[in-house]
Design a protein around this ligand. Structure first.
Ligand code: HEM
Length: 98
């Protein structure tokens, strides 16, 4: 079940368009809830991309964490999440591409 909470400033134009744009774009690029239905190649690409983006500090999107301090990640949390994606990466265990 998907649930997203929209804060008060999300109802102010143009903040709402700007924010919705990022949410839509982020979901279009990478919707984790579809993970289990995806091909190994897609999973590998996103796992690898997530590890890189986490290490470079590009995700979670800085303009998002600026408004949502609770979504900021410490160095340890970044490393834990990177390890999580590494474990999920089918490329790592040499599984066949489907
Ligand atoms: C730990 C949390 C997050 C991870 C691991 C993550 C990971 C990713 C990945 C793997 C992509 C796709 C890159 C590609 O395949 O080319 C992506 C794209 C994107 N994400 Fe995130 N994301 C996170 C949080 C967020 C948040 C909180 C937002 C803001 C609401 C966001 C907004 C976007 C946007 C706008 C894109 C598409 C444009 C771009 O690549 O910059 N992400 N993210």
């Amino acid at each position: 079940m998907r649930k997203w909470y929209y804060p008060w400033y999300s109802y102010i134009t143009p903040v709402n368009f700007w924010m919705q744009g990022h949410i839509d774009e982020g979901r279009a690029e990478f919707d984790m809830s579809s993970w289990g239905r995806r091909r190994a190649k897609w999973q590998h690409h996103k796992a690898k991309g997530s590890i890189e983006l986490l290490k470079e500090g590009e995700m979670p999107l800085p303009s998002y964490t600026w408004l949502h301090p609770q979504a900021r990640l410490s160095v340890e949390e970044r490393a834990a999440l990177a390890n999580f994606f590494s474990d999920l990466d089918p490329g790592k265990v040499g599984r066949e591409e489907r």
